[in-house]
Design a protein around this ligand. Structure first.
Ligand SMILES: Nc1nc2c(c(=O)[nH]1)N[C@H]1C(S)=C(S)[C@@H](COP(=O)(O)OP(=O)(O)OC[C@H]3O[C@@H](n4cnc5c(=O)[nH]c(N)nc54)[C@H](O)[C@@H]3O)O[C@H]1N2
Ligand SMILES: Nc1nc2c(c(=O)[nH]1)N[C@H]1C(S)=C(S)[C@@H](COP(=O)(O)OP(=O)(O)OC[C@H]3O[C@@H](n4cnc5c(=O)[nH]c(N)nc54)[C@H](O)[C@@H]3O)O[C@H]1N2
Ligand code: SF4
Ligand SMILES: [Mo]
Length: 743
C-alpha cells in the first residue's frame, strides 16, 4: 500500500506539524542523509502506546545518547509506515523530566500529608500486606482494578489469581461499549479495534459525530484521505464544522442530541424508495416487515423539524448512500456514550448498514482476520464470590464487559449494597479526568481504604494515591505481543529500546513481584517477559529473534474470508443466525426491539450545551505535559459562536470560567476562540486539559477539564454507558469570578 499524506488538520496545525516534523526528524534532508544518520542508531521494534490504535514502529536509540526517534513500520496495516504526530511525539513521553521517578507512599508527618520516596521492596511489601488484609476482612472481590492500555493485562492476571474479577476500564462504558453491544445484538459480533471498515474501497462514507482527522485513528484517516482522492462521497453529520466536515460533500449541521431521528428518517427513505438490498436481507436478515412498519411515519419532514436539517438534504443523502451500496459505510463511531440512549442510536446505525447490505461486503464492513497466541501457562484461577454484575443486580444486562461506573458506585460513601469496593489499583487510567463528574469520582476515592496508582506521570489519579508505582514507558519495556485484527492477521512485538529511566520499572515486573509476595508466584512462573514472549512465539513456530528483526509478522490473508459474498451459507452469531433488524432479545428484556427517538433536554436560557472532542495533537490527558506535543497545542480553547460572543461581550483569547447547570464552576479559566464553526446553542473544547497536578510543569492550570463540568450523566439502561453530552454551561467572566471570591 502506498504511503499517503495525512489530511491536513487546519492551516494552523498543519503548519505546526511541518515545523514539528522538521525540528525532530529533519524531513528536509535527503534519503541518503537519513539512511546514514539512522545507521548510527540501533532500531528496536515497538508499537505505539500514545493511543489505542497501537501502530507498530521502530524506536531508534543509542546506548550513549539515548532514544532519538520513533517511526512507523512499513509492514503494519494499522499505520502503513506512518505515525501520526502524537505517535512521533511519543518519544517526548520518555524524555519528559516530570516523569514519576521513584515508588512513593503517602505519609502523615506533623499533621501534613506528603509523599515519601521508598524502595521498590518497601512499596510492594506494603501493597501486598494491605491487599492480604483487605482480602481477609472483606474478600478479594473488595479490591477493584481499573486499567487502560498494555500494562493493565499484567495486573489482570494478578487480579484473577488473587480472586477478584472486579476489573474494568474506561474503554467500554465511557467509550465504545454501546456500539459493541448494538452490533452484537444486530450482527452477533462486536466490531472491536481497529474497526473493520473497508474505507479504502468505499464509494460513500457517512460520519456521524466521528471526527476523523481530529480523531487521529491512523489507518482510518489515511484510508479516508484515499477515499476522497478516489471521489467517494463523504457525508458528515456534526453540529460543529469539523475537519471531516470541511472535507465532505455534504455537511449536515444537526441539532445536537437528535441523531436518532435522522437515522430513522434515512431508513424510512431507503425502504420507501425500495432502495434497500432486498436479496441480501432475504438471505441474511429477520424482522424487515416490523422495521418497515416501524419507520413508516418517520419521514424526512418529521426528522427535519427535530434535527433542524432540510428534508430535501435528508432525502438526497439517503439516496446517495443507497446508490453507493453495498460499498457504503455508515461509520459506527467510537466514543459513542453521548445521551444515554446510545445503544439504541447505534442499533439504528447497525440497521441502516444492514438494509444497505454493507456489512460483510466490499467497500462496507469487511470480516476481520486475526491470529492467536497461546497464553502463558498458569494454574486454574479461583472463582470470585461476586463481580460487578452482582452489584448491578440485573441492571445493564446487555453489557458484555465490566462497567467501570458500577464499580465506582460501589466504592461511594452513599452506596447501600453489601458488595462494597474498599480499594482500587489503577493502572494507566486517569480516572478523575476520565470518568464524568470529577467530584463524584473524588468522593468515591476519599471513601476508599487504599488506592494504588501505577502510572508514568504525576497525574490527578496519582495525587490521590496511597502508593504510587512509577512505570517505565512503552519504549523501555516488554509487553504482550499485539495481536491485531485487520484485513490480514499480524503480530507486532514491543521490546525495550533503552533501560528504564530513573527507578521506573515495567508493569509485568510489578505484577510478578506482587504475586510472589502474595504467595501467587505460580501464576507468574517466568524469568522475565522476554522468556514469556519466546515461549509463546515458539508455540506457533516463530523465532523471537527473527520477530524482533521484523517488528511485525504478517500472515497470509484468506481473501475469500474478507467478504461474505464468497460464503453463501454465512451464519451470523446471533440466536437466529441472521441479522436481527427487529430484536426479540431486546423486547424480552423490556427494551424497544426497534430504536425509538426520544427528545433530550435543551439548554436553558443563557446556557450552552457542552460539546467536546479530540485534540488532534494530543491523546486525552496523557499527553498534556509531553514536551514535544505541548509545543503544538499547550491548552484547550473554548469555541464560541460569534453571535454568542457578541451577546456576552467575549473576545478572542479572553479567559472565562464556566459554570454548569448544577452550579459547578471550572477550576481554571479557558481562553475563548470565537468561530463560526460552532452553532449558537453549544460551546466546544478539546478533552484532556485543565490538569490540577502541580507536578505537571507544562500542563498544570492550562485550560479546562470537561469532566468536572459533566455532572449530569445519562446512564444507558442497556449496558451502563455514561452519556456525557447533556450538560449545559454558562460563562463566568474572570473579574466576575474574582468578585464572587472576594465577597
Ligand atoms: N469528559 C470526557 N471524558 C472521557 C472522554 C471524553 O472525550 N471526555 N473520552 C473517553 C474515552 S473515549 C476514553 S477511551 C477514556 C480514556 O481514558 P484514560 O485511558 O484514562 O485516558 P488518559 O486520560 O489519557 O489517562 C491515561 C493515564 O495513563 C497514564 N499512562 C500513559 N502511558 C502509560 C503506561 O505506559 N503505563 C502506565 N501505567 N500508565 C500510563 C497517563 O499518564 C494517564 O494518567 O476517557 C473517556 N472519558
Ligand atoms: N487525536 C486524538 N485522536 C484520538 C483520541 C485522542 O485522544 N486524540 N482518542 C481515541 C479514542 S479512545 C476514541 S474513543 C476516539 C473518539 O473519536 P470519535 O468517536 O470521533 O469521538 P466523539 O467524541 O464521539 O466525537 C466528537 C465529535 O462529535 C461531535 N458531536 C457532538 N455532539 C454531537 C451530536 O449530538 N451529534 C453528532 N452527530 N455529533 C456530535 C463533536 O462536534 C465532535 O466533532 O478518538 C480516538 N482518536
Ligand atoms: S494513531 Fe498515532 S498515537 Fe495512535 S497508535 Fe498510531 S501513531 Fe500512536
Ligand atoms: Mo475511547
Amino acid at each position: 500500500m502506498k504511503r499517503r499524506k495525512f489530511i491536513k488538520i487546519t492551516s494552523v496545525s498543519a503548519a505546526s506539524t511541518a515545523v514539528f516534523a522538521n525540528s525532530i526528524f529533519d524531513f528536509s534532508s535527503t534519503d541518503e542523509k537519513r539512511r546514514k544518520r539512522n545507521s548510527r542508531y540501533k532500531k528496536y521494534p515497538n508499537f505505539c502506546e500514545i493511543c489505542f490504535w497501537n501502530c507498530a514502529g521502530w524506536v531508534y536509540s543509542r546506548e550513549d545518547s539515548g532514544v532519538w526517534k520513533i517511526e512507523g513500520n512499513d509492514k503494519d496495516p494499522n499505520c502503513n509506515g506512518r505515525f501520526c504526530p502524537r505517535g512521533t511525539g511519543g518519544v517526548g513521553m520518555y524524555h519528559d523530566e516530570d516523569r514519576l521517578k521513584k515508588p512513593m507512599i503517602r505519609v502523615n508527618e506533623n499533621g501534613e500529608e506528603k509523599f515519601k520516596a521508598v524502595s521498590w521492596d518497601y512499596a510492594l511489601n506494603h501493597i501486598a500486606e494491605k491487599m492480604q488484609a483487605l482480602k481477609e476482612a472483606h474478600g478479594a472481590e473488595s479490591i477493584a482494578l481499573f486499567k487502560h492500555g498494555s500494562s493493565g493485562k499484567h495486573f489482570d492476571r494478578l487480579f484473577k489469581a488473587f480472586g477478584s474479577k472486579n476489573t474494568a476500564g474506561p474503554a467500554y462504558a465511557q467509550c465504545k461499549g454501546p456500539r459493541e453491544e448494538a452490533f452484537d445484538i444486530t450482527f452477533g459480533k462486536a466490531l472491536k479495534s481497529p474497526e473493520p471498515l473497508d474505507i479504502e474501497n468505499t464509494k460513500c462514507l457517512v460520519l456521524i459525530g466521528s471526527h476523523l482527522g481530529e480523531n487521529m485513528h491512523n489507518g482510518q484517516v489515511q484510508e479516508m484521505s484515499d477515499a476522497i482522492d478516489k471521489k467517494a462521497t463523504i457525508i458528515t453529520v456534526d453540529p460543529r464544522y469539523s475537519t471531516a466536515a470541511s472535507k465532505s460533500d455534504f455537511w449536515l449541521p444537526i441539532k445536537p442530541a437528535t441523531d436518532l431521528a435522522l437515522l430513522l428518517a434515512w431508513i424510512h427513505v431507503i425502504i420507501k424508495e425500495e432502495k434497500y438490498d432486498k436479496k441480501y436481507l432475504d438471505k441474511y436478515a429477520i424482522g424487515f416487515e416490523e422495521l418497515k412498519e416501524h419507520v413508516a411515519e418517520f419521514t424526512p419532514e418529521w426528522a427535519a423539524d427535530i434535527t433542524n436539517l432540510d428534508a430535501e438534504v435528508i432525502y438526497e443523502t439517503a439516496i446517495k448512500m443507497a446508490n453507493a451500496a453495498p460499498a457504503v459505510i455508515v461509520h459506527p463511531g467510537r466514543h459513542v456514550t453521548w445521551y444515554g440512549d446510545d445503544t439504541q442510536r447505534l442499533r439504528a446505525v447497525a440497521i441502516l448498514n444492514a438494509i444497505l447490505g454493507s456489512y460483510g461486503r466490499k467497500g462496507g464492513f469487511y470480516i476481520p482476520q486475526k491470529t492467536g497466541l497461546p497464553g502463558y501457562p498458569a494454574p486454574a484461577y479461583p472463582t470470585p464470590a461476586w463481580t460487578w454484575k452482582d452489584v448491578a443486580d440485573g441492571k445493564y444486562a446487555f453489557a458484555k464487559s465490566s462497567v467501570s461506573n458500577v464499580l465506582i458506585e460501589a466504592s461511594r460513601p452513599d452506596f447501600e449494597g453489601d458488595k462494597k469496593i474498599k480499594a482500587w489499583v489503577v493502572v494507566g487510567t486517569n480516572l478523575p479526568l476520565t470518568m464524568p463528574d470529577t467530584n463524584a469520582t473524588i468522593e468515591a476515592i476519599n471513601n476508599l481504604e487504599f488506592l494504588v496508582a501505577v502510572d508514568t506521570m504525576p497525574m490527578e489519579i496519582t495525587g490521590y494515591a496511597d502508593v504510587i508505582l512509577p512505570e517505565c514507558t512503552y519504549i523501555e519495556r516488554h509487553d504482550n505481543i499485539r495481536v491485531a485484527q485487520n484485513r490480514r492477521p499480524t503480530l507486532a512485538i514491543r521490546v525495550p529500546a533503552a533501560r528504564p529511566k530513573y527507578h521506573s520499572k515495567p508493569g509485568w515486573w510489578m505484577a510478578q513481584q506482587l504475586a510472589i509476595k502474595l504467595g501467587l508466584g505460580d501464576y507468574f512462573n517466568f524469568k522475565d517477559y522476554e522468556a514469556v514472549l519466546r515461549w509463546q512465539l515458539e508455540q506457533v513456530g516463530l523465532d523471537y529473534d527473527e520477530v524482533v528483526r521484523q517488528g511485525v509478522v504478517e500472515f497470509a490473508a484468506d481473501e475469500k474470508k474478507l467478504y461474505i459474498d464468497s460464503k453463501p451459507d454465512y451464519q451470523f452469531k446471533t440466536d437466529s443466525h441472521k441479522i436481527e433488524l427487529y430484536s426479540q432479545k431486546l423486547k424480552d428484556a423490556g427494551f424497544d426491539p426497534l430504536p425509538v427517538y426520544t427528545a433530550h433536554p435543551e439548554p436553558p436560557e443563557d446556557f450552552y450545551r457542552l460539546n467536546y472532542g479530540r485534540a488532534p495533537m494530543h491523546t486525552f490527558s496523557r499527553t498534556a505535559n509531553n514536551p514535544n506535543l505541548t509545543d503544538l497545542i499547550a491548552e484547550n480553547k473554548l469555541w464560541v459562536n460569534p453571535a454568542v460572543a457578541r451577546k456576552w461581550g467575549l473576545v478572542n483569547d479572553e479567559k472565562v470560567y464556566l459554570k454548569n447547570q448544577d452550579g459547578v464552576q471550572s477550576t481554571f479559566p479557558i481562553k475563548v476562540r470565537v468561530t463560526e464553526r460552532i452553532g449558537k446553542d453549544s460551546v466546544y473544547m478539546f478533552h484532556g486539559f485543565g490538569h490540577s497536578n502541580k507536578r505537571l510543569s507544562r500542563a498544570h492550570g492550562r485550560g479546562i477539564s470537561d469532566s468536572e463540568l459533566i455532572t449530569n450523566v445519562k446512564v444507558d439502561p442497556l449496558m451502563g454507558g455514561t452519556g456525557m453530552r447533556s450538560n449545559f454551561v454558562t460563562f463566568v467572566k474572570v473579574n466576575q469570578a474574582k468578585e464572587e471570591v472576594e465577597s
